[in-house]
Design a protein around this ligand. Sequence first.
Ligand code: AMP
Length: 502
Amino acid sequence: MCKLLTDYLDITASVYPGKNAFIDQEREITFSKLREEACNIANVLISKGIFKKPVLIYMEKSISMVSSFLGTAYSGNFYSPVDTKMPAERIAKILDTLDPAAVITDRSHEEKVRALIKDRDILIYEASVLPFSGTDMTSEIRKKMDDSFTLYVLFTSGSTGNPKGVTISHRAAVDFTEWVSECYGFDETTVFANQAQLYFDLSLQDVFAPLRNGSTTVLIPNRLYASPIRVWKVILERKVNTLVWIPSMLSLFANLELLGHFEKADLKTVLFCGEVMPVKQLNYWIKHYPETLFANLYGPTECTEACTYYNIDRKFNDDEVLPIGIPCSNTVALVISEDDALVTKPGITGELCIGGPCLSDGYYGDPERTKESFIENPFSRSGEKIYKTGDLVCYNDMHELVYIGRKDHQVKVHGYRVELGEIEAAASSEERVTYNCCLFDPEGERLILVYTGNIDEDELKNILKNKLQDYMVPSCYIHRQEMLFNENGKINRKALTAEYIN
Ligand code: AMP
């Protein structure tokens, strides 16, 4: 078995040199060309003496972005992609934590990056992929690497106001790629239509599975999803047979009842992950694609995307809940009750804790938060770590895990992971806001900011737009004269929820 993600590409580039690995709106790239591009980028990084350091990737979803990921990996460094639409203030927080040794961007973002990011080595993709003039140094670097090397850091919302950088090793990435490829039989005939942005973990199989299996991934720009018919055209044209999509996107197609109007695609596998998949919408998909395998994958970024799965093998009524199933191979899933007992019986709620090679090495540069969430398994003597997901689950009568909800104030807004605390911290940083509390209305997935202070709603919204990712900016503002507090003097979230949501 390969040890590093890049080992896959070494093999696949020689087995399927002329086969397309990735296709985007502008071009296609074969496995051998992808390897060549990645090694050229790697040599530029190596020649600058950068090793085992973070490299920020700043570009739109594209083949260039994938090449930059792999180039960083070949050089013994690790990549951290960010959203190019992220406000400067949030990028500054990420830069503070990550302290990247270099940034890779493309010509179209060069000016913006030079204005945003000072005092770093900035590599321009178009120049870095040109044939390297010196001796190839990637094989020397490979000798120094092992699978404990960090592959990437993905930033997610953090409750204290600072995004958390989830660190994932080559070992975790390879373990995940092995599991998902074996479980779903991905091979050289598999064609993915990528939906997720490449800075979200839902994109992992779209990027990693081709490297192992010789599959092809069609990278679809996210703006195209505003027009499902255009996405479907790509699916038909490119003979896509596998989707790994967020439930919100599958639901959009179902709610608009589009499938009956579209020419039938040859869909073999449809995986979804990242949030609850409503059964009504799933049943719509199954009605149109009865022969397709549908599966509910569950997992946080901290567990390399998926750590439990349920292949839909029976009928569910529209008002039933889909199980999140059983642990993936090599994964330990423990349910721990409020009184710290191990839950084994059906119907008892507890927090889902995950162990195994899929686990992140923690939050980059943040030992405190790492210590809080990654604890020693209390039911094992060997002292291995488990990750406290914050997700409440129980077993059903078939011993499948069923997701119930969250323990904390983390929510999913149209599939995006958001800590209400990060929004509250951004609002608090505006001095005219005295108190604030962010509520989530699951009906319509709306964020509501309740606040006091001398600032009007439009102005506050504009300020938040400069601090937060667009999907984190509340759509509704409630300006109160006085905040509600509970007997401990804390903001009374429960009473505010009862007043404005229930
Ligand atoms: P992320 O780190 O963005 O992947 O978000 C992880 C969180 O999304 C988990 O902790 C869950 O709360 C939620 N989640 C992921 N997959 C599922 C699923 N299949 N069903 C319900 N919730 C999910």
